[in-house]
Design a protein around this ligand. Sequence first.
Ligand code: KG4
Ligand code: ZN
Length: 322
Amino acid sequence: MLTLGIETSCDETAVSLVEDGRILSSIISSSVHLHAAYGGVVPEIASRYHVEYIYPVLRKALIDADRVLKNIDLVAVTSNPGLPGSLIVGKAFARAVSFAAGVPLVEVDHIHAHIFSSFIDREERAFLEVAFPFVGAVISGGHTSIYICKSFNDISAIGRTRDDAAGEAFDKVAKIMGLDYPGGPIVESKASIYRGKDEILFPRALLKDRTDLDFSFSGIKTAVLYYWRDSDKGEATIEKICFSFQEAVIDVIISKLKRALEHTGLNKLAIGGGVVNNKELRRKITQFSNEQNVDLFLPKKEYCADNAAMVATLGEELYKGS
Ligand code: KG4
Ligand code: ZN
């Protein structure tokens, strides 16, 4: 079965061709450079970019996969959640393609697609059926949530952020210190230069109540703001803040994931989303999973952030199961 996946929920215009779970092509064109000056995604700019780039991105995805439109058996598109104007472009385009090709259209939840991104294009995919139930998590610019995943369409949230998402906190902290957007990769690279201990110890929110699986990252953002305001604002200080901030965020994420595993009695964990690009986060989650005998599934780097391969692969599974 050949599935065409379309993803336009935020600032990435992405199209992918997937054949029976194998990725033939995954093209992503991002408008991130156009939002950089604003320190965050501007919905109107993102929508206009999707309108302009969705067709060339589709063409490239077809060429790279060495397929034509009439080979397609299924169209899968991100339906929710996302920026309304951006989602509309992808959905309207997907409908037009499914109509023109005379094939069914399946709608995919963006968050669910992130959860299953760990199983894309690798041997564990064959393991997916027996992996259920597992604890799934999405740590991205828009979401920081934990789920119990019992099947492809039985996914229930057990923890969510009460304010900022983890990626959003990286972006806002970078902005406070005058660093570029998106902040995540920059904060990570500054943190990696720092050679000292975590001297600042930024607050770790919502850790006292051991049953609480929710997140809150707005307090740490404010703590960075005050620390920065009273600092010398030098390069060494930036590196120190980035390091301590990253330590605090990773600490909280790992504590909450540990709790989710304890709370559910499960020992399998799959995590997706842009923040999973972070090498220190990956290292610490891998270390804790090894220590606790947890089966851990992390996406390949190219499938952490928004992409259409995750939409096509989950769309194919949902269609086959329907
Ligand atoms: O999954 P994604 O592309 O978009 C959403 O669905 O939200 O995630 C983007 C987020 C941004 O906030 C970005 O700063 C963050 O992921 N991010 C990182 C890293 N790379 C991207 N955060 C921390 N460390 C990174 N290396
Ligand atoms: Zn996303």
